[in-house]
Design a protein around this ligand. Structure first.
Ligand code: PAF
Length: 274
């Protein structure tokens, strides 16, 4: 991978990179499409990174279908698919981890200890292998995007991080490889995430500025659904991820939700400008 990329860079061409864990959906493909627009070559990677899963998480059962993913990437016009193996990413004796210290303390970082350390480590390794000019990530993992931007800034990695909007199913459910875990009735219960985000947006449009009150409204919507058990509902500054109290005119915020539907942990968010 590294020698292919070095050759391309020497010829002055631009490389766009879409890192994924596979089981691709239209959200991933929107990243490939944008990368193809921006660059001469697009590389996608598929690697289910063990370092970002906690001991009790779904690493073992994370959905995998390389054949289908390949077809989707070919149809999307992706130039290179990189599928490294554990033994080349983390050979025995591997000992180096990358950690963004502050922005990982809350939200996903709080509920999934060690998760972001695994993400920044693998993304750093992949950046070194693929050497992209630009890398593309989905806004559904809003905090992950901010963590990766912090890492790239702090470590002076010469890559542009591009964040693309959430792609949703027609009924509003945010696309996610983990949606596959949902049974039919859970699939409709899961719509409460988008519904409660949309309700909060309406209230903000009507003039509500109290972030804590909005969080409570969303939480009470989630709790109406029997299978839902929320980890958090939080409104944060879109850049710093600091908790908001009163929404200020001209500022941008994320409304973030993490909620289990049955055994499936889902996240969703909405970017709002007040
Ligand atoms: O968002 C994901 O799929 C993963 O966290 C990433 C960025 C590919 C790193 O493993």
């Amino acid at each position: 991978m590294q020698s292919w990329s070095s050759g391309i860079k020497r010829s002055g061409k631009r490389i766009g990179f879409v890192p994924t864990m596979g089981y691709l959906h239209r959200g991933h493909l929107s990243l490939v499409e944008r990368s193809k627009n921006d660059n001469d070559y697009t590389v996608a990677s598929i690697y289910v990174n063990p370092a970002q899963f906690g001991a009790n998480e779904d690493f073992g059962k994370y959905p995998r279908d390389l054949g289908r993913d390949k077809e989707l990437l070919i149809a999307a016009g992706c130039d290179v698919l990189f599928t490294p193996e554990d033994r080349s990413i983390y050979p025995s004796g591997y000992q180096t981890y990358v950690n963004a210290e502050q922005i990982t303390k809350t939200l996903e970082g709080e509920f999934r200890p060690g998760h972001f350390r695994g993400v920044t480590t693998i993304v750093n390794i992949l950046f070194n292998l693929v050497q992209p000019d630009s890398a593309y990530f989905g806004q559904k993992d809003a905090q992950q995007c901010a963590v990766i931007k912090a890492m790239a800034d702090d470590l002076k990695i010469p890559v542009r991080i591009i964040v693309m909007p959430i792609v949703r199913e027609e009924d509003g459910l945010a696309m996610s490889s983990r949606n596959k875990y949902l049974g039919a009735s859970e699939r409709s219960d899961a719509l409460v995430l988008f519904r409660s985000l949309a309700l909060a947006e309406t209230l903000i449009k009507q003039g509500e500025r109290d972030a804590k009150l909005l969080e409570e409204v969303i939480m009470s919507q989630l709790k109406k659904v029997k299978t839902a058990s929320p980890d958090y509902v939080r409104i944060v500054n879109s850049r710093t991820f600091e908790e908001a109290e009163i929404l200020k005119w001209g500022s941008e915020y994320f409304i973030l939700i993490a909620c289990r539907i049955g055994a499936t942990r889902l996240i969703d968010n909405l970017l709002i400008r007040v």
